[in-house]
Ligand binder design. Structure first.
Ligand SMILES: [Zn+2]
Length: 199
């Protein structure tokens, strides 16, 4: 074995040998196998999942793609409340901001939380900034979910005076200007968002 083995982060060219099927689980989208050997089907950066030993080649374009896919994490603003859902406009996909594109999604009351949510306005208000996961696509409309600790409202203004609200407890916010207390489905990093957004 004179040839050094490939590692995470290495750049490979289309057609380059990556290893053998005994070493890695090949990715269908970015590799192909022939006679038990795995080759790159595109040029990009290697990423190896150490647990599953899955080998994937990803490109800058994949990371910054504008096409929304199931499972993507998006950030958007609440546009309107309905009885059983909210409308949300989003322009950030997997931490990449697409200034010239805007997408439309909705969150059904059953997808807000793992816990039962009775009224939509206990969870969201218009102008809230929300992080959500894409769970389904229906033409140009995306069904989103916030039923996870790291999903939900990441920024909210007081509905009365407009000042940004401070977290005072589980799903509870308070305005330190007018004293108004409101409830939301909060993300666990509300008020301390460390998303590293790409422009
Ligand atoms: Zn206020």
């Amino acid at each position: 074995m004179s040839k050094k083995s490939l590692k995470d982060g290495d750049i490979v060219l289309t057609g380059e040998k990556l290893g053998v099927v005994e070493e890695f689980l090949p990715d269908k989208q970015s590799t192909f196998t022939k006679d038990g050997k795995i080759f790159a089907s595109k040029t990009g950066m290697i990423s190896i999942n150490n647990k599953e030993r899955k080998i994937v080649i990803s490109t800058h374009q994949d990371k910054d793609r504008k096409v929304v896919k199931i499972g993507d994490i998006v950030i958007g603003v609440i546009l309107f409340l309905r009885q059983y859902s909210v409308g949300i406009s989003f322009y950030t996909i997997n931490n990449k901001i697409h200034f010239n594109s805007s997408y439309f999604g909705n969150i059904h009351v059953s997808q807000i939380s793992d816990r039962y949510v009775e009224k939509i306005n206990d969870a969201f208000q218009i102008t809230d900034i929300v992080r959500a996961r894409v769970i389904e696509q229906d033409y140009n409309e995306y069904k989103l979910s916030t039923a996870s600790n790291n999903l939900g409202v990441i920024y909210a203004d007081c509905v009365i005076c407009g000042k940004s609200l401070i977290k005072i407890g589980h799903n509870k916010l308070k305005c330190d200007r007018c004293g108004n207390v409101e409830s939301r489905k909060l993300s666990n990093d509300y008020g301390n968002v460390s998303n590293n957004l790409r422009f």
